[in-house]
Design a protein around this ligand. Structure first.
Ligand code: GLA
Length: 391
């Protein structure tokens, strides 16, 4: 599978409408997370795959130190700022993701010249597929190539992550940036967010496919609700540490200790920790299943994760639940859950290759009948990380 050439061509065309230089062009994928939901900022393990849709960046240097940034998704708006004036918190607008990545890349690797940049994505925004990390990672990768830095992948993950945490101000963990930079085709990444170890687990495209369905509900207030979940986990950890001083993050809380100390927590925080403890167990089951080629066993962990995200973590919506139930009712669907932070956005399902047609026909039909909303299935196989497109 390759980056969509229509995306690349359109990006080039739009870049050239306003700039006569010939740009270099880069692509960074989006991602779907299939295991370890809300585990990254709790020190757990995550299991994402990159998607063949993402962000295309056309970029060429200028000599005047100015950043001129345009985006196909925000037509008519140009962010124009001297690169020397980039600062965390400077803007809350769409340009913050790119600016943040440029800012931290310049801090790490030396001054940037001025830049003309055009950004274009074929990934929906705010739907749990990491459209923001895709921009950040693409920018960091592009700068590394432009400055001819022999950048280490872990450093690039950190720089892109700082863009989101510090420049944009979302307190996310490292899942999205790690997923994008470490992705390999036909495999699910198993990334340990505490120990920073990684393993690529086989996800054979001749046997299974990934179905993404968009509920059509934008993640309203997603960032503040997301930050609220992060704060709840921080609070729960502090309360548990009164009795469990050796615990440094919620991932360290063992099932038995949690059962013994549950009463220290108010009910909503106990539900959050129940999710983290059970999701950590699920990532272990899911990774064992993939190592053994047990795709059905892997799929089952998606469905049980959704149940926990709905009742314990409380980040699902009626639309996401309807999509997941519709998916689970199709023979050959091995498992289904919301992907990303939740609060709207998309679901991800694992479907046997020979059942894709039925799945595509049935799930959107059931969803429309039950919610009045239209959707469609987008099919993927795990894709690779950022790349420069040769023109
Ligand atoms: C968002 C965040 C990630 C991660 C997921 C939930 O996508 O950006 O860091 O916390 O939610 O798993």
């Amino acid at each position: 599978m390759e980056v969509t050439s229509a995306l690349v061509e359109q990006t080039l065309e739009l870049f050239e409408q306003d700039c006569s230089a010939s740009p270099r062009v880069f692509f960074a994928p989006g991602r779907a997370n299939l295991g370890g939901a809300h585990m990254d900022y709790n020190g757990g393990k995550v299991m994402p795959a990159a998607l063949s849709r993402g962000t295309c960046i056309a970029l060429s240097p200028r000599t005047d130190g100015l950043l001129r940034l345009r985006s196909a998704q925000f037509p008519g708006e140009t962010a124009e700022v001297p690169i020397a004036d980039l600062r965390p918190g400077r803007t809350k607008s769409w340009s913050a993701y790119s600016e943040g990545a440029l800012y931290y890349a310049a801090q790490a690797w030396g001054d940037l010249p001025g830049l003309d940049i055009f950004v274009n994505a074929d990934l929906p925004m705010g739907r749990g597929l990491s459209s923001s990390a895709s921009v950040e990672c693409g920018m960091v990768f592009a700068v590394s190539k432009l400055l001819e830095v022999d950048a280490n992948v872990d450093e690039m993950i950190r720089l892109a992550h700082r863009a989101e945490n510090e420049y944009v101000g979302v307190r996310c963990g490292i899942l999205d940036q790690a997923a994008i930079f470490l992705a390999k085709a036909d495999s699910i990444l198993l990334f340990d967010c505490l120990e920073l170890t990684r393993e690529h687990l086989p996800f054979p495209s001749e046997k299974v496919a990934i179905a993404i369905l968009d509920s059509g509900v934008q993640r309203e207030l997603a960032n503040s609700a997301f930050n609220e979940r992060v704060a709840e986990c921080t609070r729960a950890l502090a309360l548990l540490q009164e009795e469990l001083p050796g615990v440094t993050c919620l991932r360290d809380v063992k099932r038995r200790d949690f059962e013994d100390q549950k009463d220290l927590l108010p009910p909503n925080l106990a539900r959050r920790v129940e999710h983290v403890v059970s999701e950590f167990e699920r990532t272990n089951i899911a990774s064992r299943a993939l190592r053994n080629g047990n795709l059905a066993g892997f799929g089952a962990t998606l469905s049980s994760a959704h149940e926990s995200l709905k009742t314990n973590y409380e980040v699902s919506t009626p639309e996401l639940d309807t999509l997941v139930e519709a998916a689970q009712s199709v023979e050959g669907c091995l498992g289904s859950r919301l992907t990303g932070a939740g609060f709207g956005g998309c679901t991800v399902s694992v479907v046997s290759a020979d059942r894709q047609e039925d799945f595509s026909a049935i799930v959107p039909e059931v969803y429309e009948r039950k919610t009045g909303r239209k959707t469609k299935v987008d099919w993927f196989h795990p894709f690779s990380g950022p790349e420069e497109i040769s023109l």
